[in-house]
Design a binder for this molecule. Structure first.
Ligand code: WT7
Length: 683
């Protein structure tokens, strides 16, 4: 990411590249891109892969991509079983059917199964299999502390030993196949170790992002009833110390206050044990629990349009094959790569592309414990140089926050960047939000579109294969059939824009919402019968490139983190002085979207700074600091229809200050409410 040069409309990643050859195959809307003519818009701003890059890439051309894509769509069973059997270890092969699915609510319950009857283990495939293939002494994990100068490494065989010790410990306290384990850890090596240890014994991990509050943690503990909770006493993030065990204690309804040292950490005898005292006493080898491909691997809670988080359930075989394959192709992975993904393991990115995808490929993974701009905004590039990172996968928010923390617009040319060489970088990845076109003059950028539910990348460039359009996630990954439908669910063709759905299943798809299959069907499969509905809007341009246009439901994307507006609303209305609240997303310079809350206090309570602070605190304690509203807008009343529905469309326009686009307000019970709101906008 080295310069913000967005002037030319037609660029080569280096100067020697030649234009791609013209169209070859046609698969529904997909076609090869033919370039030429005067660029008229963003859509026409094309970056060609460099010749040298393409030559060494796993998928070196559009033709090759189209060939593989076509094979994956025409014969999914053959395509995926070929990969599954040649690249993974199976104790026993799956049955006659590679997959079976019903994605149509009109034909009965939704069901997705891949490799059913196949017996395997994801931890075995990440560690034992790679060690057997000669990677025993390869670095599996580099760990870089928040404090510069503190670091650690584990080779694949050392990692296996650490995983086995924990797996043995978990077994010794009665954790069995199918039992849940909640993990509330920052980015320490213990986090992937725990995930892999659970996978080894068939336990189902549920990692809760360590930025969630004790109340959110408690809600998840109550839902999945774990046998064990794994945490640490405290962590430093930037200059701040966060006492994680306090939060866990509070979640387990028993809390006090204390310092960071071990002596001062509050303890409950008979319930708590110190990992460092107990786990290393266990044997360094541990038998694998062989599981069915459709046995659960993990649960991960995510936000939807109602207040209650959804426990997204992923299973073993399909997820394994899908994350490994997407990782390999989207980052054009080579054995010599050093890979750094800045995501936290508390989100899906940390599951699929910190732990499982890379480890299944035997990659060297860097974990960074701390804040990206600590002690200064050059830290990321310092880390890149220190470990000679070749693949860097991050979020647009991180890039934007570095630009802000650095010297504004000149960030990419200022010392925070230029004092580091960054020459090891080969591929850049971006996820979670639309990325503003940045840099791209040397490294290909993979703008990966996907979701917690999809398990892995769905629409993503393959570096080297396609000319890219900065800001577009480009084309579907193998086996994925994105469709764009109108409100009636009619599939649109050619250049179009509408709701993004997916036709037929892919191995990495989630199988259910934990304990609530009905909600799974209602949320994802009922809106457009026959399809999986993503919740996103999407435009397809004349060349077949996909441009994600944001959520079309009540979910907002703040710093690439998913937050349900209903969750924030229910936290706000739980405040004794809040009568009503409505939350919408609003454009935010750094976070992508910010949280904008309209709040009506109860009768007799007046607006005050104090109330604002206290409302914010309520959200922080109920959800977590990352969900705190960026703006609280006082509302004498909310605009409602005669049936009592809040008109969010109008609130969104007021929040964005697009006051001339309010549209029709005549269906409101009291159209005067809108004027009142506008008057109070900046108080
Ligand atoms: C939502 C899913 C980090 C990826 C997994 C996050 C948005 C995701 C992109 C992208 C534009 C994107 C969508 C999606 N999103 N990737 N490349 N361009 N928007 O998973 O937390 O479940 O969020 O993130 O709105 O639905 P998640």
């Amino acid at each position: 990411l080295n310069n913000h040069n967005h002037n030319h409309h037609f660029r080569h990643a280096d100067s020697t590249a030649s234009p791609p050859s013209s169209a070859v195959a046609k698969i529904s809307h997909l076609k090869a891109v033919v370039l030429g003519g005067a660029p008229a818009s963003e859509e026409d701003d094309v970056v060609l892969p460099s010749h040298d890059y393409s030559r060494q890439a796993l998928v070196p051309s559009q033709q090759k991509y189209l060939e593989m894509y076509k094979a994956s769509i025409e014969n999914p069973a053959g395509f995926w079983s070929g990969i599954a059997s040649s690249e993974f270890y199976w104790k026993q092969r799956w049955g006659d059917q590679v997959y079976s699915e019903n994605l149509d609510v009109r034909r009965g319950n939704i069901k997705i199964e891949w490799f059913k009857g196949g017996i395997t283990n994801v931890c075995y495939n990440c560690l034992d299999r790679n060690i057997g293939a000669g990677l025993a002494d390869k670095i599996a994990l580099y760990w870089e502390s928040n404090e510069p100068g503190f670091d650690a490494t584990l080779t694949y065989s050392q990692l296996l030993q650490r995983v086995c010790q924990l797996a043995n410990y978990l077994r010794s306290v009665g954790v069995r196949k199918g039992d849940a384990v909640v993990v509330y850890l920052p980015m320490l090596m213990e986090l992937p170790i725990t995930m892999l240890a659970c996978a080894r014994i068939g336990a189902v991990h549920s990692v809760v992002f360590a930025g969630f509050s004790s109340e959110s943690l408690a809600q998840r503990i109550v839902d999945c009833k774990p046998k064990v909770v794994i945490t640490c006493n405290a962590v430093k993030r930037g200059p701040k110390t966060i006492f994680l065990k306090d939060i866990v204690d509070a979640a387990l309804i028993d809390s006090d206050n204390q310092g960071i040292s071990r002596e001062k950490t509050k303890w409950k005898e008979g319930r708590d044990i110190w990992w460092e005292d107990v786990v290393p006493k266990y044997p360094t080898s541990c038998d694998v629990e062989w599981v069915d491909a459709e046995d659960p691997l993990f649960l991960l809670y995510t936000s939807g349009s109602t207040g209650k988080p959804k426990g997204v359930l992923h299973t073993t075989g399909g997820y394994m094959v899908y994350t490994a394959t997407t990782f390999k192709y989207a980052f054009d992975y080579k054995d010599s790569d050093v890979y750094w993904c800045t995501a936290d393991c508390g989100w899906i990115t940390g599951h699929s592309y910190v732990t499982y995808g890379p480890m299944l490929n035997g990659a060297t993974v860097l974990l960074y414990e701390g804040a990206p701009s600590y002690p200064d905004p050059g830290r990321c590039w310092d880390i890149v140089d220190k470990y000679k990172v070749t693949i860097f996968y991050t979020t647009p928010t991180l890039v934007r926050s570095l630009i802000r923390d650095g010297d504004e617009a000149s960030y990419f040319s200022n010392l925070y960047v230029t004092r580091y060489s960054r020459k090891s970088l080969r591929v850049l990845g971006s996820a979670g939000e639309p990325i503003n076109p940045i840099g791209g003059s040397r490294c290909p950028i993979s703008d990966t579109w996907w979701q917690t539910e999809t398990g892995g990348f769905m629409i993503t460039p393959l570096p080297g294969a396609w000319p890219q359009k900065p800001g577009s996630a480009t084309f579907p990954f193998f086996g994925v059939q994105p469709v764009i439908v109108d409100e009636k669910g009619v599939e649109l063709d050619g250049e179009c824009s509408g709701y993004l759905c997916v036709k037929s299943s892919w191995p990495g798809a989630f199988r259910t919402l934990y304990g609530d299959h009905e909600r799974y069907e209602t949320t994802y499969f009922k809106p457009f019968p026959g399809y999986y509905f993503t919740g996103d809007g999407c435009r397809r341009d004349k060349d077949g490139y996909h441009w994600l246009t944001g959520r079309v439901d009540d979910v907002i994307n703040v710093s690439g983190r998913r937050i349900g507006t209903a969750e924030v609303e229910s936290a706000l209305v739980s405040h004794p002085q809040c009568a009503e609240a409505a939350v919408v997303g609003v454009e935010h310079q750094v976070k992508g979207q910010g949280i904008y809350a309209f709040v009506t206090p109860v009768e007799g309570i007046s607006y005050s700074e104090e109330l604002r602070k206290s409302l914010t605190l309520t959200v922080r304690t109920q959800i977590g600091a990352f969900a705190a509203p960026d703006k609280i807008h006082w509302a004498p009343a909310l605009p409602k229809t005669r049936s009592g529905k809040i008109m969010r469309r109008i609130l969104r326009k007021i929040a964005a200050r697009q006051l001339d686009e309010l549209g029709d307000t005549s269906t409101l019970t009291d159209p005067g409410v809108v004027d009142q709101l506008i008057k109070l906008a900046d108080t």
